[in-house]
Ligand binder design. Structure first.
Ligand code: BDR
Ligand code: CA
Length: 312
């Protein structure tokens, strides 16, 4: 399986890169970036940096959207900064990569990859869905020709930005609505399942022993865990983005409900993912919403893969 990760590279996005790099059944053929946890240029820098630390300087990074649809600029604030730090990597002193983004845009790179690999390719967006929406609107001919497994949304639990909205969808509700309402098959890995896979400081202590990269990863993830304890009263951090990669590679980890989904774009519930009431009885629902996950099996694989990625 070929993978492209579409990231707003903060802490759990960085874990998603490590998970994908170490998985024996997947090949990470490139990373595309978006604004979100950080500005897009910082997501690009962080992606290149994490790839270098993981010993994968051959993987290229293609920059995408700098702001939500209809906006000229974007500055991270609130939860993004609190959970991921100003540098997006928990204020840990990673030496930033000297590599730079590749020439093609995110959407150009993804389009070309779909033309080459088709259904062998899975795109895993783990930030706002702005790049995906641009791809689906510019290249309607590619709809249905590749797989999408994304981290975002919440159906059966409250949001994490506010009661209604999960952060990735909240950041660009219009883009998310376009993506979900297209006929592109999408698997949604939302808070319904990601809150069931929590990583603790006992886990990160194991990474710290492995290598310099392991020690930096442990410090970075501990910053994330501290935020979960302080703001969500949880004794571990949710593995949002790496779980999306896990389910992309091993779909049987999750129980899904197939439906037509939409996103509210206005008012206090902007960013809420919800059933599309105009299509309740329509055929061929395109979205598989993950409602449960084999958390135990996933956590075992996560620890094995991260340990392997961080052993040098
Ligand atoms: C999602 O929002 C971001 O802050 C995380 O990286 C994750 O993709 C969780 O709601
Ligand atoms: Ca993310």
């Amino acid at each position: 399986m070929k993978l492209i990760l579409d990231l707003d590279t903060g802490i759990d996005d960085a874990m998603a890169i490590a998970y994908a790099c170490a998985h024996p059944d997947a090949e990470l053929i490139g990373i595309t970036t978006t604004f979100g946890n950080v500005k897009v240029e910082d997501a690009t820098r962080n992606s290149l940096t994490i790839l270098d630390y993981l010993g994968h300087p051959e993987i290229e990074v293609f920059e995408g959207a700098a702001a939500p649809i209809g906006s000229d600029s974007y500055t991270p604030e609130g939860g993004s900064v609190v959970f991921h730090g100003v540098n997006g990597l928990g204020e840990v002193d990673f030496k930033f990569s000297k590599r730079v983004k590749s020439e093609k845009t995110a959407v150009e790179f993804i389009s070309e990859a779909i033309e080459i690999y088709g259904q062998e390719l899975t795109l895993v967006p783990t930030g706002p869905l702005t790049n995906l929406a641009e791809l689906l609107s510019k290249r309607k001919d590619l709809i249905g020709k590749f797989r999408v497994v994304l981290m975002g949304g919440a159906l059966t639990v409250p949001g994490n930005t506010n009661l209604f909205a999960e952060a990735n969808i909240y950041a660009d509700p219009q883009a998310a609505k376009q993506a979900f309402e297209s006929s592109q098959p999408i698997t949604m890995v939302g808070l319904d399942v990601t809150l069931k896979t929590l990583l603790t400081k006992a886990d990160t202590a194991q990474f710290r022993k492995l290598s310099q990269a392991g020690s930096l990863f442990a410090d970075m993830i501990d910053y994330y865990i501290d935020a979960y304890l302080k703001y969500d009263n949880l004794n571990g951090c949710a593995l949002h983005d790496p779980l999306a990669v896990g389910i992309a590679i091993e779909p049987t980890l999750a129980k899904v409900h197939q439906m037509h989904l939409t996103v509210e774009t206005e008012g206090p519930s902007a960013g809420r993912t919800i059933g599309n009431h105009q299509k309740v009885n329509a055929p061929d629902p395109n979205v598989k919403v993950c409602l449960d996950v084999d958390a135990k099996a996933y956590m075992i694989t996560f620890m094995e893969l991260l340990s392997s990625a961080l052993t040098k």
